[in-house]
Design a protein around this ligand. Sequence first.
Ligand code: DX5
Ligand code: ZN
Length: 242
Amino acid sequence: MGNCNALELLRAAAPTVSVGVVTANLLTLGTEIKLLEQTGAKLAHVDVMDGCFCPMMTVGPPFIKAIKTSLLKDVHLMISEPLEKVAEYVAVGADIVTVHVEACSNVHRVLQKLGSLTNANDPERGVVRGVALNPGTPLEALEPLLDELEFISLLAVNPGWGGQKYIPSTTARIARVKRMIAESGKNIILCADGGITKANIAEIAATGVDVIVAGSAVFDGKTPEANARFMLDAVAAVGRKQ
Ligand code: DX5
Ligand code: ZN
């Protein structure tokens, strides 16, 4: 990937799938990532959990640093008070850093901080600033942040575990945030994260969301490559119709 802006890359790839790699077989992660690269996937989604903001603990910067890949690193921080921590995630190669409004005493300041950081993979690439909302968080929380972000993620599950069921009210939330983005006139990527499987991906892709996160639907312990291709094809098929 030459000198290119991560946001432009994301926009060009949309609609696409960001594959949740923490669900992979971590003992053969290198192989699983290589398989992903061969499917045409563009994004590796890393769910960072601290066991405080959400019940589960997963991985941190050393894990992200260890992932050698051409995929964009889409880092979802489910951690409390990330202000002093985001620089570390950028330093180990995050291309997209998404923080939770619910986890920040001052989310606007965290986004300003992210805006001051340089992409460690390629200074030209920039760092895409993301904000995530849990299913119970009012969408109004996004209004004051639209000038300071490039990526919005709506969680369709309460964070903590892969393999949970999609919360149906997320679909209407996607539509409302799409309208907010259109009214803002800004180039903001909209993502849905959690509970998206082969069974519902066409329906979710039809909402016009730009990025769909899929963890357990891809890494099911049997056929990750075929699963990834299925999910990517399903999204591309809907993208062609739009
Ligand atoms: C919340 C995480 C999601 C989730 C995705 O737990 O942000 O990325 O783990 O996993 P699946 O696709 O299995 O729901
Ligand atoms: Zn996630």
